[in-house]
Design a protein around this ligand. Structure first.
Ligand code: FPP
Length: 253
């Protein structure tokens, strides 16, 4: 869908609302929840649920890019996900390899810039190398900012930012009283990107689960009931249209 076609999407807006394009989110974050329940519903192994979820992921990335949205952040693997059964962790790690092997050429061609949010150092060697290579290969691209959170935790991200800022203060490069909200933002993985405007979590769960705690400060939250493998582009469009109807006041009137 191009920008002209996109205008058609906003017919869902209420009469009298502002025109559409400024009502598009600049940054969408998605918690892709419900793979396990989808697998159970279909009497399949949980790994099949994650594999099906990866198909949804491909469609949603494509659509986000087509819509001209600036940034998309996806929660693929949290710091807590290591506590899942070894077989499931292994399946998720394999999916990461498969995903990049099959998608990197197209993403690069489409000028998508990939950034991994999280601590890559704790990942297996092969995954680390693939992720590093994807970031390097697309690092100068100027299109969609595709952030994939892997071994990510929001509190860990804030602690890391605090440590970096403390080191600057220790070395006399920054005075403690100069530390501002912008200083913190500049030390997050997402530095230079807009805050999250719209957070979507599928499967009806209504939690943030340690995802982009700082960046979601003024995000609009939408919780579609649908399980992630069943989430469609049409459902995504409905979320975007619902976002366009929200009245965002940022604490003002
Ligand atoms: C939550 O569903 C989903 C995850 C923990 C993993 C999400 C990962 C993918 C969709 C694919 C892998 C990512 C890449 C980048 C290839 P759940 O298992 O917690 O669902 P449940 O709550 O129904 O059990």
């Amino acid at each position: 869908m191009n920008r002209t076609q996109l205008r058609g999407l906003w017919h869902l807006r209420k009469a009298g609302e502002k025109p559409r394009e400024e009502r598009m989110p600049r940054h969408v974050a998605i918690i892709m929840d419900g793979n396990g329940r989808w697998a159970k519903k279909h009497r399949l192994n949980v790994s099949r649920g994650h594999r099906q979820g990866t198909e949804t992921l491909r469609e949603i990335i494509r659509h986000t890019d087509d819509l001209g949205i600036e940034a998309l952040s996806l929660y693929a693997f949290s710091t807590e996900n290591w506590n899942r059964p070894a077989e499931e962790v292994a399946a998720l790690m394999q999916l990461i390899l498969d995903f990049f092997a099959s998608e990197i050429d197209e993403l690069d061609e489409k000028n998508v810039r990939i950034l991994i949010l999280g601590d890559k150092s704790a990942l297996p060697e092969q995954q680390r190398a693939v992720l590093q290579e994807a970031e390097e290969r697309t690092g100068k691209n100027t299109g969609l900012r595709l952030n994939i959170a892997i071994n990510y935790g929001g509190r860990a991200e804030l602690a890391r930012a605090a440590a970096e800022i403390a080191a600057l203060a220790r070395d006399g490069k920054l005075k403690p009283e100069e530390v501002s909200e912008q200083t913190v933002a500049d030390h997050l993985y997402t530095r230079g990107q807009p805050d999250v405007d719209l957070l979507i979590r599928t499967s009806g769960e209504m939690r943030l689960s340690n995802f982009l705690l700082y960046q979601n400060a003024y995000a609009e939250f939408i919780f579609p009931e649908v399980l992630w493998p069943d989430f469609t582009v049409a459902e995504y469009d409905r979320c975007l249209a619902a976002f366009g109807r929200r009245d965002r006041r940022y604490g003002g009137r």
